[in-house]
Design a protein around this ligand. Structure first.
Ligand code: ZN
Ligand code: ZN
Length: 333
């Protein structure tokens, strides 16, 4: 099969023929239709985790079950399935025994612990699979398995109720999905962006308000709207996150999903005054991914994507890492 792999940390991709993997017991093989390129793939490309190289990245995988390993009863050949960041769990640790598979102490990350979706085929543990709804195209489903579930799951795990003021900071890869989920969830939705040219798009995606933070103070604008119940922080920038904290209303929460490379400093007094907090959220388990896919299908929420052949992986990756893509980059192996 063709695969795009990283030979060692910091090296260029190599696209080559490798042996097609066979599923071990408890695993399936997936015929990959589409795989999103996510900013977290930089961990593999640049080498931030302990990783056995060479490694095929990719944790936004949409495809079809192509072969079923021993002891797998839940999946059959031909099933349309996706795999996200959560690439499997042990069922035995304290978190797993409580059913909190996302927090498994031995959780495996797709495309990091084992080869991911930048390839024609990959294998994955059965417990890491989500069903893809029939009507959802593979290229659209792929980014929903990381960017989608992250924003969807972060929002639905807040205390926000329909009608509450929910701001989405950043109208990019995560933010353009976050706005759609916030709108579809019945929240009064605010888009915060430094790019005034995103206003029309934000409105099309369902934002009720747009704040151009290059010209207007984000916190003041949110207070003028009554104070935010939730700010979903998708732009990986500490100053951007710090700028919204004074925009929280009573019991408001900033939920960080885009992780800045630098520390975020918080004035505790601002939080004490509103009983507020700064929280964080990471993706979800396979069932969360399936919920995100089903909700997206129900409400016709799709990512804006650019698609590339596997052979153009270097160009595709550069589009993502240089922040030039609009908005998610998807390989079609
Ligand atoms: Zn990701
Ligand atoms: Zn576990």
């Amino acid at each position: 099969m063709r695969a795009a792999r990283v030979p060692e940390a910091g090296a260029d991709f190599e696209v080559l023929d490798v042996e097609t993997p066979e599923p071990d017991p408890g695993e399936v093989r997936i015929d990959v239709d589409a795989c999103g390129i996510c900013h977290s793939d930089a961990f593999v490309k640049e080498g931030a985790y302990p990783i056995d190289y060479p490694r095929v990245p990719g944790h936004e995988v949409a495809g079809r079950v192509d072969a079923v390993g021993d002891d797998v009863t839940a999946w059959s050949e031909g099933d349309r399935v996706g795999v996200g960041w959560h690439g499997g769990h042990c069922f035995e640790c304290a978190a797993c025994r409580r059913g909190d598979f996302q927090q498994c102490e031995n959780a495996r990350i797709t495309g990091i612990a084992y080869d991911g979706g930048y390839a024609e085929y990959m294998t994955a543990p059965a417990e890491a699979l989500a069903t893809i709804p029939d009507d959802l195209d593979a290229v659209d489903a792929a980014p929903l398995l990381c960017a989608g579930v992250t924003t969807f799951n972060a929002l639905r795990n807040t205390d926000a109720q329909p009608g509450d003021l929910v701001a989405v900071q950043g109208v990019g890869g995560l933010g353009h999905l976050g706005i759609q989920y916030a709108h579809a969830s019945g929240f009064e939705t605010v888009a915060l962006s430094r790019s005034p040219d995103k206003e029309e798009l934000a409105s099309d995606l369902g934002a009720d308000h747009f704040v151009n933070t290059a010209e207007e103070d984000a916190a003041t604008a949110l207070q003028d709207l009554g104070g935010a119940d939730v700010v979903l922080a998708t732009a990986p920038s500490a100053p951007a996150i710090e700028s919204v904290i004074d925009g929280l209303g009573t019991d408001g929460r900033v939920v960080v999903v885009g992780v800045p490379g630098e520390e975020v400093s918080v004035d505790a007094q601002s939080l004490v005054g509103v009983r507020g907090g700064v929280d964080a959220w990471a993706s979800g388990n396979a069932r969360d991914s399936q919920d995100a896919l089903e909700f997206s299908d129900l409400r016709e929420i799709t990512p804006e994507i650019e698609t590339y052949d596997l052979d153009d992986v270097e160009e595709a990756y550069d589009r993502m890492i240089d922040n030039e893509a609009r908005f998610r980059v998807v390989l079609e192996p």
